[in-house]
Design a protein around this ligand. Structure first.
Ligand code: COA
Ligand code: ADP
Length: 719
């Protein structure tokens, strides 16, 4: 796990060999201990260079080992040994030096980085802190403000930035190992004592307390209830105020509070879930690693509304030529200006030049005859989409992939009007499409495995987290949203206010509660969907709307709010009131309070006090319950897929892991009991009836979320 060679007759070259990222597993730590001992004790060796195999220095601790007991040599004493050695040690950083990888580099006496390398201490994103001296050595090297920023954000820096900050001594465009060997030979004459970071004093700003206080407040405001960044601030404070020997103890105590926490487990689960989600399997058995995606050299986007513009920008900025289509000249011109503006701003932010030459704008579908792939993003109207797909089927060459950016319509029905149903697939982007990371790839029953592979790989190329899902109304994300928001509406009837429900959800960790979120998205969107599905409309008595529709409980309050022209932020009024149309500062509105009171008294509902616990349980257990049904129906293949969708598309707090992981942390038995309890109280709400899969998992002893797949029958798989 660590290779030892003697180069230039006197330099020991130690290469970490643990593909793919040379993580510091117990075997690697063991390897480093052995090879370092050999280097330090061999009189022929005058200097040491540490590097990683396959152009990757080290991706840090092996996260998979966190769940088990510590085996092999612990990292801290090993790193102390390297730093204390009397022979100069140089880190040759290629690829990445992250977490424990950077901590390893920090105990080396010199650091050489390849110009493409990235460095950072991302532990905070995994719910822990850099506990192999990182919080103590980095501030001693680059000062408190810069170290604090890197440690609490977990941000990766480029080699150039690392050089500017003083993290590395030299950046090279050549082979970093060879440069490091030469560097080590030149360093022989220089004293090592000042190169040992643990013996340095931390450069401290005069306003240390104020700085730490301000950062703490910022974290508390931005990442409500998240523990790790706060612990990082305390560890950095120790670096500023204590000698190294005490600071490292403080670091270790703080790590002990985080290491076994639910938040750390959730965040580490998210890390792997994100990677698992890319590994799709279809009912035919075809899967991600045996299907080659097609290369996409050109694309088209139809419709330059909010979604189409974002999609066009996302394609062009990764170098894919795009033809954008609109239905009339004026809209095309507006769309053109918007897309160009977005692309220019994006390029400026990234410090690159905008690839405007990749964009073409047209009114004619005929211009799409040669493209490799089309993404349709016209209005959410089945008849219109069908006519566009019929036309595309005639115009495009037979091999062109036809994708629809629908948020819930039947992808197979669209496939059915084309001459190539196997090449039709849903690509459900989230708004704004050039910002939001989630992409639901909606596989129809006739989508071929090559089509799935191509859409998934295109999503990845566009920087999206792509998840393959089956074809059903609302797919995964929007299908689950319904029971969640229904519960919020029922709670309004029973006595809660929008602001109380939002506060409970925001305290739980959501960036926005359900009502603030619908004000942002526009209340008319859901209203239109309810009208189309016959749930509301002109036949309903607006004064006395019934509270049952289509055989189940129905809350008419959202329709009543829309009937007053309150569509959310864009109209300046929705569940809240805003200072102006388009304003974002939500204030509780007494008119909504009146509406709720009048409603309750009309139907004889006696408002009751509703606790935050009930709000969380009813909204989130109903959400997870629908997730279990989605797994049962084979619309998602694994719980990780659902969680990733909620993390990246719906603002679910990452430190809670996603709705399915959260349910497993609460305990499936408890979720089941509470759903049974609420279903008894509301027998006409089918979403509260525990799903068979949940019952089955509880009967099997509530296995951990990673094992659910074994219990899910794939007989009905739509994937
Ligand atoms: N421990 C264990 N496994 C790790 C790992 C780590 N520190 N870092 C990466 N892996 C695994 C991934 O799970 C993935 O496994 P898979 O192929 O079975 O899915 C594989 O290594 C490749 O990782 P991936 O992220 O897909 O590769 P990449 O080239 O896109 O990114 C890194 C490489 C190193 C930037 C990225 O993996 C990363 O950020 N790793 C975590 C770094 C970290 O947080 N270190 C501190 C640990 S405390
Ligand atoms: P979304 O929010 O989903 O992007 P919008 O209503 O903002 O939806 O945008 C849909 C866009 O699609 C509109 O700009 C509309 O002009 C355009 N559009 C509708 N039909 C066609 C069509 N047949 N060809 C090209 N563009 C179309």
């Amino acid at each position: 796990m660590a290779r030892y060679e003697l180069v230039k007759r006197s330099v020991a070259l130690i290469t970490l060999t643990n593909p793919p990222v040379n993580a510091l597993s117990s075997a690697v730590r063991h390897g480093i201990a052995k090879t370092m001992e050999r280097a330090l004790s061999d009189p022929k060796v005058t200097a040491v260079v540490i590097c990683g195999e396959n152009g990757r220095f080290c991706g840090g601790a092996d996260i998979r080992e966190f769940a088990g007991p510590l085996r092999g040599p612990p990292l801290v004493p090993l790193l102390d040994l390297i730093e204390a050695g009397e022979k100069p040690v140089v880190a040759a950083i290629e690829g990445v030096a992250l977490g424990g990888g950077l901590e390893l580099a920090l105990v080396c006496h010199y650091r050489i980085a390849h110009f493409k390398a990235r460095l950072g201490l991302p532990e905070v994103t995994l719910g822990i802190l850099p506990a192999a001296g990182g919080t103590q050595r980095l501030p001693r090297l680059i000062g408190i403000p810069a170290a604090l920023e890197l440690i609490i954000t977990g941000r990766h820096v480029s080699a150039q930035e690392a050089l500017k900050l003083g993290i590395v001594d030299q950046v090279t465009e050549q082979n970093a190992c060879e440069v490091a060997v030469e560097f080590a030979l030149r360093a022989l004459a220089k004293p090592l004592s000042s190169r040992r970071l643990s013996s340095r004093t931390t450069p401290c700003p005069p306003n240390l307390d104020a700085l730490l206080e301000a950062v703490t407040m910022q974290i508390q405001k931005k990442a409500r209830g998240v523990m790790a960044p706060l612990a990082c601030v305390q560890a950095v404070r120790a670096a500023a105020t204590m000698p190294y020997s005490q600071g490292i103890k403080r670091e270790s105590e703080l790590m002990a509070t985080l290491f076994h926490s639910g938040q750390a487990r959730a965040l580490q689960y998210c890390f792997f879930a994100e990677r698992t989600a890319g590994k799709w399997t279809l009912p035919s058995g075809a899967q991600w690693n045996d299907t080659k995606p097609r290369e996409i050299r050109s694309a088209a986007v139809i419709g330059l509304g909010t979604m189409g513009r974002g999609i066009a920008v996302s394609l062009a900025r990764v170098g894919i030529p795009v033809i954008a289509v609109e239905s009339d000249k004026k809209l095309l011109e507006t769309g053109r200006q918007m897309v160009i503006g977005m692309l220019e701003r994006d390029a400026k932010r990234r410090g690159v030049s905008a690839s405007l030459n990749l964009l073409k704008f047209t009114l004619s579908l005929q211009d799409l005859k040669d493209v490799d792939l089309v993404i349709e993003a016209v209005f959410e109207d089945m008849a219109l989409k069908k006519s566009v797909f019929r036309e595309l089927s005639k115009v495009c060459r037979p091999a062109t992939l036809l994708c629809t950016n629908t948020s819930g319509l039947d992808v197979d029905a669209l496939a059915g009007v084309t001459d190539r149903p196997q090449l039709v697939i849903g690509m459900h982007f989230f708004s704004p499409a050039h910002v939001m990371k989630l992409l639901e790839v909606v596989c129809g029953p006739r989508s071929s495995s090559e089509t799935v592979a191509t859409a998934m790989s295109l999503g990845k190329r566009m920087g999206k987290v792509s998840v393959a899902v089956g074809n059903c109304p609302g797919f995964v994300g929007n299908r689950m949203l319904k029971p969640y928001s229904d519960q919020a509406s029922f709670l309004l009837e029973e006595g809660a206010t929008p602001e109380q429900i939002d506060k409970a959800l925001e305290d739980f960790g959501f960036a926005m509660g359900v009502f603030r979120m619908s004000d942002l998205a526009g209340l008319d969107v859901g209203w239109r969907v309810r009208k189309e599905s016959g749930l509301t409309g002109p036949d309903v008595d607006p004064k006395n709307p019934p509270r049952r529709r289509q055989g189940r409980k129905y809350c008419p309050i959202p329709d009543m709010v829309c009937e007053q022209g309150r569509f959310g932020q864009k109209t300046g009024r929705g569940w809240y009131v805003y200072d102006k149309p388009g304003g974002t500062n939500a204030k509780p509105d007494p008119l909504i309070q009146n509406l709720l009171e009048t409603y309750r008294s009309r139907y004889g509902i006696k408002p009751r006090n509703i606790t935050d616990q009930e709000i969380i349980e009813r909204c989130l257990f109903a959400l997870a319950n629908e997730g279990f049904r989605i797994l049962e129906d084979g619309i998602a293949a694994q719980p990780e897929d659902i969680d990733v969708i909620y993390l990246f598309g719906y603002g679910f707090p990452r430190h809670r892991g996603g709705p399915m992981f959260y349910a497993s942390m609460v305990g499936l038995q408890r979720v089941l009991e509470r759903l049974e309890h609420y279903h008894q109280a509301h027998p006409d709400v089918p979403h509260l009836e525990p799903s068979p899969l949940l019952k089955k998992l509880v009967a099997c002893g509530s296995p951990p979320v990673q094992k659910w797949r074994e219990h899910i029958k794939t007989m009905h798989s739509h994937l």
